[in-house]
Write a protein that binds this ligand. Structure first.
Ligand code: NAD
Ligand code: TDX
Length: 345
């Protein structure tokens, strides 16, 4: 079986590549990744010389670059992770989000249809549903009410995918997951930013009043859910994935402070993110009832292991934070997409 994974040099995509190569017999992977600022070949370096793995540097929005890979290889399934994924960057500059997340998904879908790929799994997010008040949960039938430019581009992509199912009966499935955490997450996102800042003796910028709530899931539970949906999900369906672990950003900071042994003064309240969604919470009963999936890694264990991973992998995150890794790969391969240049400190 040949699986095309897009965005497989990023945080979740690289975990998917690893999971498949470790768990699934007789499989090979074509990793289509443009190598933007968020893509890092070091995330899957143990497979660089594995005959079952191949990385193709291409943008999913570039039909001419992509088509030969569909034409030459019999692809059995596409898993589409490739995206511009950071909300703060989308607030600075939305156009790359529309190009990759919307146009890229459309181009990929068309090629998958043209070359008769039996299944297309699109990786979406809870952010497409918008923001909740203090109670309630998102269901698969909840309306799409995205607020950030990032979330709007992801919601548009979901519409494009569902339209392909309804118009052409293309075999597609969509997963919508809550916030992920774990190893190899780019240190612009809350948890790796705070952990690595803590290790560097730098402050933790907490947006607004720090009471915004997210539902956290370990990345390895997410990729196992994606595999379950890819192999056993019903065509044309959407599956919510969640961790049953709602935490305010303030609570996350408290948990990380306790693990790292840092004083309360590390937290610096800063101005709020524009249009900051207040709360996300997922009702994931459908995937549990239909496919038997449930999260396995409890928060307390997952977050301790994650902090330990960053403590033990300074060789990974220091070059990422300094930008040195980008210079190295840019010299070797060039770069797929322009970087909007936004940096967290
Ligand atoms: P990431 O930013 O870590 O990785 C994105 C990858 O996509 C990078 O390797 C990048 O080089 C690649 N890429 C970007 N533009 C591309 C293009 N035009 N063509 C080919 N490759 C391109 O993102 P992530 O956190 O791993 O998220 C992966 C997917 O999961 C995204 O679709 C995101 O919306 C979704 N998601 C993420 C979370 C989360 O908490 N991180 C939660 C739910 C859903
Ligand atoms: O420095 C920070 N300070 C802070 O208070 C950062 C980077 C974030 N935050 C807050 C904003 C959010 O309420 O922490 C929360 C989490 O922020 P992010 O890590 O940027 O994630 P979020 O905006 O929730 O989006 C993530 O989950 C859904 C992923 O980045 C998306 O790709 C995914 O779709």
């Amino acid at each position: 079986m040949r699986i095309m994974v897009t965005g497989g040099l990023g945080f979740i995509g690289s975990q998917m590549v690893r999971w498949i190569l470790e768990q699934v017999p007789d499989v090979d992977i074509l990793n289509v990744d443009a190598l933007t600022y968020a893509g890092n070949p070091a995330n899957v370096e143990e497979y660089a010389h594995d005959a079952r793995y191949r990385w193709v540097q291409a943008s999913i929005a570039d039909r001419a670059q992509l088509e030969p890979w569909f034409a030459d290889q019999a692809v059995d399934a596409v898993i589409n992770f490739a995206a511009e994924s950071h909300v703060d960057r989308s607030i600075q500059s939305g156009a790359p989000f529309v190009v990759t997340n919307v146009l890229g998904t459309q181009v990929l879908l068309e090629l998958a249809r043209q070359y008769h790929v039996p299944r297309f799994l699109h990786v979406s997010t809870d952010e497409v549903y918008g923001s909740l008040g203090p109670t309630g949960q998102f269901r698969e039938t909840s309306p799409l009410e995205p607020n950030s430019p990032y979330a709007a581009s992801k919601a548009a992509a979901d519409m494009v995918v569902l339209a392909a199912s309804r118009t052409y009966q293309q075999d597609v499935v969509i997963t919508r997951c809550s916030n992920n955490y774990g190893p190899y997450q780019f240190p612009e996102k809350l948890i790796p930013l705070f952990v690595t800042n803590g290790l560097e003796g730098r402050p933790w910028p907490l947006y607004g009043d720090g009471r915004n709530v997210r539902d956290w899931l370990h990345v390895s539970d997410h990729v196992r859910a994606i595999w379950d949906v890819l192999t056993r999900g019903k065509s044309g369906q959407i599956y919510n994935i969640g961790g049953h672990t709602e935490k305010s950003n303030w609570e996350i900071a408290e948990d990380l402070r306790a693990i790292l042994g840092l004083p309360a003064s590390v937290v610096t309240m800063v101005s709020d993110r524009l249009g900051h969604d207040r709360r996300y919470a997922m009702d994931a009963q459908k995937i549990t009832k239909e496919l038997g999936w449930e999260p396995r890694i409890p928060w307390q264990q997952g977050i301790r292991d994650t902090v330990a991973w960053y403590q033990n992998h300074e060789d990974w995150w220091r070059p990422v934070k300094s930008g040195a890794y980008r210079e190295y790969y840019r010299q070797q391969y060039g770069e797929g997409n322009p970087d909007s240049g936004v940096r967290n400190s």
